[in-house]
Design a protein around this ligand. Structure first.
Ligand code: ADP
Length: 759
């Protein structure tokens, strides 16, 4: 733990509160000390007075730190000071260290590169020792970088760019190993490219738990383009005094080149046999996307400033190229998804059936065309359509029920079994789902499935035990794991994660579907309004017309009766027969008009809804059928009581009478029977069943048309064909349904309900 923790009142980590988040809390930007290969001066810009100095100043610039405090920097830099100050005034010092000048001091054999930057109200001067290792001539480095950039630009695909970049960075930094490292959303990482000397064990493909690079360290990586640690065994030099007397705070070294690093980090590196590192962030749209990490195993390595600049420049270029190439890849995927969405929406505009347009394997485009998934399902109107590799129909129904409890319009997870344990059963086809709810009322969903990524991840340690605690020298402290042995862990129950663009495409499709549904519903409402208006008009027309027809018809009837009675003797037999026919036809016409009137009345008259004992109502309905019952000798079956229901008793009695008399009439069997009962459903289904002549399939709709009779005209007597039309209208006015199931020669069952179906 750094001392800054205690200075800032942060709780010390003890055996009791130790957990992984402690690593995240370590305040790495306030170490109060620097690495020993340079010196640091903290300068108050008002008067350029030195306020703090590193304790190694004596060795590096020939004067002890205590001597420097309170002095103007001119005293340190002598005749070079004016030139330096002029440089400092010209430079922008807010974006991290810039190289000011190369200097060597009397009393010290080593030359230094001087870097300056401003942070938290202080001017920070860093004097980095120029390494004795021969550095590449700058011109040579420049041509190498230029050549590498040209090669990177010509390389296709993100992976090839990485492979090339790590090789080149290794070649001009001379590191034993250079890796490109990519962060996943959960903070864990994977080595995606590596260049190394042959003797080293490869790390390519290894996954690292998120705790390996704690959040504060990740934040710092994002702040500076390059972090160099020449020697993990460095002797640190503390700042004197500890706190800046001007600001009253310890120095924020977030950007400093020489910042002393966390003991956890050096301990971790030592355990890996690493002596020196150089790390460059890979940024995408301001976010830390990954790292280029160079490691030296064969000893300390101080990379000269010029080579560092070249590497930094390359990492910068790589970030931009990679972002560009990744964006191009995701742009073409987005274009594809937009095109598929348009096609799906077009199909839905022609036919709003989700199953036919999105979930039928015969359709030219389906849900599976939209995005990479191995299976998909449409759950709508109580039906399930499945495409590709999916859980079973019942599993999908249960999953949809669970999804409807999640209260999310678009839902996604790449680890379903963790959230919904029942999914563990079918994780091999579905460990990840992306779904869209397409109805606000009923649980209707579009769902995409991704299988378990049977991914054997090479964790760089035991992810369940990522740190070890040791009690060395009586002091309790956290240590990173001291073994870097390969650890293999299967990531079970996890699928490839869903990309943001994929979730957006699904959200867009969902919105388009809802728009279509809403405009359809509005259209249906408009049509319904027009229809009920037309019905009303038709009803009143039928009423007026039939009413007005009755009058002249009555006249015709009277005249014919009069003719028959008065002139009986004068008419020939043939004429008399014709008069009889007129009388018969007028009676028939009267009957038709009466039915028409009754039909129009059914549409207009207010229903009198009241709790009604249906069994008593059936008894009453039988009264008009009694003669027919006696004549046919039919057996009457009433297997169970119907109970009661809320309905208009007069109208429903008429319906029952009609159904019972039809059941008795349209029957040619020796032993006839009629059964009246109820089937348990919601709402209950009442029925009248017979063993009569039955109705062919093509006639089952026609029998409900007014004045339509479908049996042999000379048989079965019967009425005028209006009974069922009126019965259906009555039932529909109750909110119920009337329908028939029948088989020719076997019999028919007429069902009806008295209230709407509940979803
Ligand atoms: P109607 O009985 O006055 O002819 P309906 O509207 O009641 O008129 O019935 C229409 C037609 O449906 C009948 O003419 C008959 O052809 C057929 N039908 C009705 N009920 C039955 C039944 N139970 N079995 C067979 N056919 C039937």
């Amino acid at each position: 733990m750094s001392r800054a923790d205690t200075m800032h009142g942060h709780a010390l980590i003890t055996a009791k509160n130790v957990d992984l988040s402690n690593c995240d809390r370590e305040l790495v930007q306030y170490p109060g000390a620097i690495q020993g290969h340079g010196a640091m001066l903290i300068v108050d810009e008002a008067g350029y007075i030195i306020r703090q100095a590193s304790e190694n100043c004596a060795a590096l610039i020939g004067r002890p730190a205590a001597d420097l405090l309170g002095k103007n920097i001119e005293e340190v830099f002598g005749p070079r000071a004016p030139e330096m100050l002029e440089q400092l005034n010209r430079m922008s010092l807010e974006n991290g260290p810039v190289h000011v000048v190369r200097e060597s001091f009397a009393g010290s054999a080593m030359g230094v590169n001087i870097f300056a930057h401003r942070c938290d109200g202080a001017l920070i001067l860093e004097l980095e020792v120029i390494s004795s290792q021969p550095s590449e001539p700058t011109a040579h480095l420049y041509s190498q970088v230029r050549e590498t950039i040209a090669m990177l630009e010509a390389t296709s695909g993100v992976q090839n760019c990485f492979d090339l970049a790590v090789q080149r960075i290794r070649s001009f930094t001379g590191y034993d190993r250079v890796m490109a490292y990519r962060f996943a959303e959960d903070g864990s990482g994977q080595v995606v490219a590596e260049a190394k000397c042959d003797t080293l064990e490869p790390y390519l493909g290894l996954h690292y738990p998120a705790t390996d690079i704690p959040a504060p360290a990740r934040r710092l990586f994002g702040l500076s383009w390059l972090r160099h640690l020449p020697d993990v065994d460095y002797v640190q030099a503390r700042l004197v005094p500890e706190t800046n007397p001007v600001t009253g705070r310890p120095v924020d070294m977030s950007y400093a080149i020489l910042r002393s690093v966390s003991a956890m980090y050096t301990g971790y590196l030592k355990n890996m046999g690493v002596h020196s590192t150089m790390v460059m962030p890979l940024m995408k749209e301001g976010e830390l996307w990954g790292l280029i990490s160079a490691m030296h195993h064969s000893g300390p390595r101080h990379v000269p400033y010029e080579a560092r600049m070249a590497a930094e420049f390359l990492a910068h270029m790589l970030s931009m190229l990679m972002a560009g190439k990744e964006n191009a890849e995701s742009y073409s995927q987005r274009l594809h998804m937009t095109a598929v969405t348009d096609q799906l929406v077009e199909a839905l505009c022609r036919d709003p059936n989700l199953h036919a347009c999105l979930g039928s394997p015969d359709a030219p485009v389906t849900l599976l065309s939209l995005l990479p998934a191995q299976g998909a399902a449409v759950v709508s109107e109580g039906r399930v359509s499945l495409l590709g590799a999916t859980p079973s129909r019942n599993d999908v129904i249960e999953l949809a029920a669970w999804l409807s409890t999640q209260n999310q319009l678009v839902f996604n997870t790449d680890r379903l079994p963790e959230m919904f344990p029942a999914a563990a059963q079918y994780k091999s086809v579905c460990s990840g789902i992306l779904s869209a709810r397409v109805s606000t009322k009923s649980p209707e969903f579009l769902i995409w499935f991704r299988p378990e990524q049977i991914e054997v991840v090479n964790w760089a340690g035991d992810p369940k035990k990522p740190v070890k605690i040791s009690e060395a020298e009586g002091e309790l402290r956290l240590q990173p794991r001291n073994s870097f042995a390969l650890w293999k862990e299967s990531v079970l129950g996890r699928s490839e994660p869903w990309k943001r663009s994929e979730k957006e495409a699904v959200a867009n499709l969902r919105q388009a579907i809802l728009d279509i549904i809403i405009s359809r519903a509005e259209e249906i409402q408009r049509i319904n309004q027009r229809l009920s208006q037309a019905n009303e008009e038709l009803d009143s027309f039928a009423y007026v017309a039939s009413h007005d027809l009755k009058e002249p018809l009555r006249g015709v009837h009277h005249m014919a009766s009069f003719l028959k009675r008065g002139k009986e003797l004068e008419l020939s037999d043939a004429s008399m027969e014709q008069v009889d026919t007129i009388l018969k036809l007028t009676r028939r016409m009267d009957d038709l008009i009466e039915s028409l009137l009754q039909y129009s009345r059914t549409g207009r008259v207010e229903l009198v809804l009241e709790p009604t004992n249906l069994d008593a109502l059936v008894d009453e309905a039988f009264v008009p059928c009694r003669r027919l019952l006696n004549e046919t000798g039919a057996d009457l079956r009433r297997p169970a009581p119907l109970g009661s229901a809320i309905c208009d008793r007069v109208r429903i009695r008429e319906v029952l009478t009609n159904l019972i008399s039809n059941a008795l009439k349209y029957n040619d069997k020796e032993e006839r029977w009629v059964e009246i009962g109820v089937e348990d459903a919601n709402p209950p289904r009442y029925y009248v069943r017979d063993n009569g002549i039955g109705i062919s399939e093509e006639s089952t709709d026609r029998i409900f048309e007014i004045f339509r009779r479908v049996h042999d005209k000379d048989k079965f007597g019967g009425g005028n064909g209006a009974g069922l039309t009126i019965a259906r209208r009555t039932i529909e006015r109750h909110g119920g349904k009337l329908w028939v199931e029948s088989e020719v020669d076997q019999g028919s069952t007429f069902y009806f309900t008295l209230s709407p179906e509940t979803p």
